[in-house]
Design a protein around this ligand. Structure first.
Ligand SMILES: [Zn+2]
Length: 489
């Protein structure tokens, strides 16, 4: 017996079986029940969310021997033939491969004749936005005044590319991306009905990777069944999807959050060298950070975790707490575009990892600025020295580097003060640089954020009091706080 792919064997045969498209289904059901359905529909939405499935259901609904009805019988000749794609009165065309005007002319020929057996000749055009301009023009003539026995259903993943003249002649229905939880539950139902094993966290990982597309989720599940001989677990998902396991991402976050930059980068490079896709690794680390946040709030928010996984993650969640983890997650998410659009994604991922690894230093600095205990410099006294408090921190095996400033002037002043130098000479140089800049571009002088007033002020303060320590916000790079030496300690 040949294996039938799950997307096919589990294709919904009734409107009620459709996943996550309540609004579209409700609209169609009402129209069918009241006999007020239109002659041209346009279904738009992500791939694999049920557009062509609904188109076929609609064909059944109008042609069923019991119909037109919102609940086609499923057993009459029309219903059965439409379901298996052999009905002569239901025509499907994929505009992605039939883009030309000749293809549309073939459809025009079909429109001239009455249906062979059924009430309606249903013409389903998938990916309709792919038609050429001349094909659209030819189509327009046909849908302007369709014969009463014709029902058009257009489907598209890119509605914005469908001409307004076509859109305005169709009833439009939006298909939504299907929620992860709905997909996960469907996968679990299928596994139990088909009698193969699928762990809850594997189902969740597949549903997450499918990105709202039921069809994608089902074809992933097909692959995994074949790969595992019907025992789909987390490890298999990690291998087939190219997704790092929860243990890998947890370990990375654990190391980076502890400030062990070098160790973290080493592990990261190891994964990348083994062929791990950088953006997937980035995404999954974000997912794990979110899971940690959820765990601090309410473990019920992450129902797919196994007991062993909870035991692994809980101590990390407790160490950092909701506030810090939420900020780490926020910091991580800031790199989304960077990782997506970088020409070198691995580098972008490393930048995100390095910034995450600065958290111990940030926390220490914040505690100190709040008047808490002075950061313990490795083998030195407290903030009375001219070293920056961050560099002196001894919590992590790799202390944070001097802060990188977004503003060159601020950066220089911070560096000077950190070194205990007199800022005068460098300051002159800074002015020189500034005037060069002004000569080149007068407009920029008006709008340029530099020299930041804060940096100038800080230099002034530093000149007046050599004991001043500048604290910089490490993450953004800009100077956010100044505390005179000795205060609060
Ligand atoms: Zn029927």
């Amino acid at each position: 017996m040949t294996y039938q792919v799950l997307a096919r064997s589990w294709r919904p045969q009734r409107f009620a079986d459709l996943l996550g498209q309540e609004a579209a289904v409700q609209t169609l059901s009402n129209a069918l029940s009241s006999g007020t359905f239109g002659q041209a529909y346009l279904f738009s939405g992500l791939r694999g969310v049920g557009k062509t499935t609904v188109a076929r259901l609609l064909a059944k609904a109008v042609n069923c021997a019991e119909g037109p009805t919102a609940e086609p019988c499923g057993v009459c000749e029309s219903c059965r033939e439409i379901a298996d794609g052999s009905s002569i009165d239901v025509i499907e065309m994929d505009a992605a491969t039939h883009t030309g005007v000749d293809d549309v002319r073939d459809l025009q020929d079909l429109v001239r004749y009455h249906p062979t057996r059924d009430r309606y000749r249903v013409i389903i055009v998938d990916e309709v936005h792919m038609l050429s301009r001349s094909a659209f023009n030819a189509l327009l003539k046909t849908i302007e005044e369709p014969p009463p026995y014709i029902l058009w259903v257009f489907a598209t993943t890119e509605r914005s590319k469908v001409p307004e003249t076509i859109l305005s002649r169709c009833q439009q229905l939006d298909f939504r991306p299907v929620g992860v939880d709905l997909i996960r539950a469907r996968l679990e139902d299928i596994a139990s009905a088909e009698g193969f094993s699928l762990t809850a966290s594997a189902a969740a990982a597949i549903a997450g990777a499918a990105d709202g597309s039921v069809r994608d989720a089902l074809s992933l599940l097909d692959q995994l069944r074949a790969f595992t001989a019907d025992a789909v677990d987390d490890e298999a998902v990690a291998t087939v999807l190219g997704v790092p396991s929860l243990e890998v991402t947890t370990r990375l976050i654990e190391i980076l959050a502890a400030g062990e930059t070098a160790v973290g980068l080493g592990l990261l490079r190891e994964r990348l060298a083994a062929g791990q896709d950088a953006s997937i690794l980035y995404q999954e680390m974000g997912r794990t950070l979110r899971t940690l946040v959820y765990l601090t709030l309410d473990p019920a928010l992450v129902p797919t975790l196994t007991q062993a996984q909870i035991e692994r993650l809980q101590p990390i969640a407790e160490t950092y707490g909701a506030d810090t983890l939420t900020r780490m997650l926020g910091l991580w998410v800031e790199h989304d575009l960077l990782v997506k659009e970088a020409s070198n994604r691995e580098l972008a991922l490393e930048v995100a990892a390095m910034r995450l690894a600065r958290w111990p230093a940030v926390r220490q600095l914040e505690a100190w600025l709040a008047g808490g205990e002075a950061p313990p410099p490795a083998g030195g006294p407290g903030p009375g020295k001219t070293s920056t408090p961050v560099a002196g921190g001894g919590a992590g095996p790799s202390p944070a580097k001097p802060p990188v400033s977004r503003s060159a002037a601020a950066e220089r002043s911070v560096a000077q003060l950190a070194d205990g130098d007199e800022p005068g000479i460098e300051h002159e140089h800074d002015d020189e640089h500034q005037s060069e800049h002004e000569d080149q571009d007068g407009n920029e002088l008006e709008t340029a954020p530099e020299p930041p007033v804060a940096a100038e002020d800080l230099i002034g303060i530093a000149k007046a009091d050599p004991g001043v320590i500048l604290a910089t916000r490490i993450l953004g790079g800009e100077v956010v706080a100044v505390r005179p030496d000795g205060e609060g300690s």
